[in-house]
Unconditional design. Sequence first.
Length: 159
Amino acid sequence: MKIEKNKVVSFHYVLKNNEGEVIDSSENHEPLVYIQGSGGIIAGLEEAMEGKKIGDKFDVVIPPDKAYGLYDDELLQTIPLSSFEDPADVEEGIQFQVDTGDGIRIATVTEVHDDEVIIDFNHPLSGETLYFDIDVQEIREATEEELEHGHVHTHECCH
Ligand code: ZN
């Protein structure tokens, strides 16, 4: 069986940035599981997965536009420090969830001033070229229910 649309794929990965630093890895965790063609993983990785088989190991380099997007200055916002519940805890680098009205987004505090804070809605990996080492573990057909829901059902899952 090879990876194609509507196959459930599990894989191990190591993700490095342009400097060769490991920024994420499934090592010591369960493999990542997704449905090919569902948009469950970044576009560039889904493309690289197409046609691969169980046991395949490969490297892939993914440019920002097929990963987490280009960095967008328009996604910076200035908000009053007083809009935080605990202004004393606000510092550069902290991340928090914001309900934007069309979904939960992660914002990162990039600058703290006397009474204003600059927050950034760009994904922390936007603008980055990503370097993956991939190790394909399993491939199976998705069930009808999984396709309907657009996500994989595991034994831990929720329904
Ligand atoms: Zn479901």
